[in-house]
Design a protein around this ligand. Structure first.
Ligand code: OGA
Ligand code: MN
Length: 290
């Protein structure tokens, strides 16, 4: 197979044609996808009408899929355990209300974050399959955090260099009013500290590594000062020149790098069904300070 790669934005994001996820992909093509991913950070594969099993099989070319540790909110599929449900429709086809616990927790994805950063070894990347897409919003926005790091004003750079921030899964409930994780879920995912500037294991480049939904503390700062710093860094990051906005078409598969990008989805009309299935690639190594 030969692939064609067409950039969608100067900062990040490219469309990849020539892949058919129903079929096995040869090693050379997998390498071509990896190279495109390293260069463009976010890849869009249009028109992939895949099953969850095919989604998981394609993911395995890039690493082991995560199995979500939280089962209490039914965000993990009962059918295929590697699938995370980013949907407002349950697996019985019922439209859910924004007030339901799972929907409250998912609402956190409207704020800038990177997936699974609360793990000791955070995820490499995620693949999101748009099954029923939104036309009233639900645009997934991505930021190139290499460029953000390179352009950081001196005052902000000084505050992140050599420093670590804490990432805590239970922030989600404080932020969104979703139920707290059970004692067991909390024990499985205690808070972790990661460098705020990290080096990418493949590209070797430095990027800013923060999360507005999981960071609850920063070394050497009190709580409010830590939150202020994260907010300031987030506001600096969320500039159009660093951002690709993905407007979904049905059966797009979007694959992003969690190590050097953050993402956030725009709100959509809650009466509209939005069904998205995600796999998340298990991290290969702890976050390396730059
Ligand atoms: C995710 C996420 C984005 C979206 O799946 O990790 O943050 O578009 N969702 O729903
Ligand atoms: Mn996410």
């Amino acid at each position: 197979m030969t692939i064609t790669v067409t950039p969608r934005h100067p900062a990040l994001g490219a469309e990849v044609r020539g892949i058919d996820m129903h079929r096995t992909i040869d090693a050379e093509t997998v390498q071509a996808v990896r190279d495109a991913w390293t260069r463009h950070l976010v890849l869009v594969f249009p028109d992939q009408r895949i099953s969850d099993q095919e989604h998981v099989a394609f993911t395995r070319h890039f690493g082991e899929p995560e199995v979500f540790h939280q089962t209490s909110l039914n965000l993990r599929s009962d059918r295929v355990r590697e699938i995370f449900l980013v949907s407002n429709v349950d697996e019985q086809g019922r439209l859910m209300q924004p007030s339901e616990p799972s929907q409250k927790q998912l609402s956190s994805s409207r704020q800038w974050h990177t997936d699974s950063s609360y793990r000791p070894t955070p995820s490499i990347g995620s693949l999101l399959h748009g099954i029923e897409i939104s036309r009233t919003g639900g645009i997934t926005q991505f930021i190139n955090m290499y460029k953000v790091y390179d352009d950081l004003p001196e005052g902000l750079r000084r505050q992140v260099e050599g420093r670590r921030a804490r990432h805590d899964f239970s922030m989600l409930h404080r932020l969104t009013g979703a139920p707290p994780p059970t004692a067991e879920e909390q024990a499985a995912m205690p808070p972790v500290w990661h460098p705020m500037v990290r080096r990418h294991p493949v590209s070797g480049k430095k990027s800013l590594y923060i999360s507005s939904i999981y960071n609850d503390a920063v070394e050497g700062l009190d709580g409010p000062a830590a939150r202020r710093l994260i907010e300031e860094l987030t506001a600096f990051s969320a500039q159009p020149e660093y951002m690709y906005r993905h407007v979904w078409e049905p059966h797009d598969v979007v694959m992003w790098d969690n190590r050097c990008t953050v993402h956030a989805v725009t709100p959509h009309d809650s009466a509209e069904r939005r069904v998205m299935h995600r796999t998340t690639i298990v991290g290969s190594e702890p976050v390396v300070a730059a």
